[in-house]
Ligand binder design. Sequence first.
Ligand code: ADP
Length: 173
Amino acid sequence: MSTGAPRLTLVLGDITEQDVDVVVNAANSSLLGGGGVDGAIHRRGGPRILEECRALRASRYGRGLPTGQAVATTAGELPARWVVHTVGPVYSREEDRSALLASCYRESLAVAANLGARTVAFPAISTGVYRWPLEDAARIAVEAVLNTDTTVDEVRFVLFDERAYEAFAARLG
Ligand code: ADP
């Protein structure tokens, strides 16, 4: 099996429309839905995803999914095959939480690779409600993915607006 860093691509658009094996959800630890990417995934993906999230809460993740970790469900009616839910850290000026943000990318890729996924779409985790500054989040995201040895071929960053797209484009040179 070929391993190494995956190929990185950038798209300006909506993550729920991506035709990939895995879309990553910027979830919260409850796994029971929220706004932003989370809201869009559950809206477009239908009730099946939430049902599986509830089952995860009733079994392995009784206290919620810890920050920096990742877990898979099916993707319901989305074009993708699976959703990998990960919980980004809330940005803090007082505490450096970048290792947790990097962990989201690494752990999501590990879960995706275990499923046999070749293509994975990520949003800019933690840059919405969790307020992480875009340029810094883009740096951490790109470094984390490039430092991951994986059987995933393509990682697609799906950026929702021009500003986020430019922040990631600047990192990819
Ligand atoms: P977090 O709680 O981790 O900050 P959010 O979902 O609030 O997650 O936001 C993460 C990023 O995803 C933000 O930059 C936001 O603009 C972007 N975003 C929101 N909706 C979508 C979508 N449908 N597809 C791709 N990116 C999105």
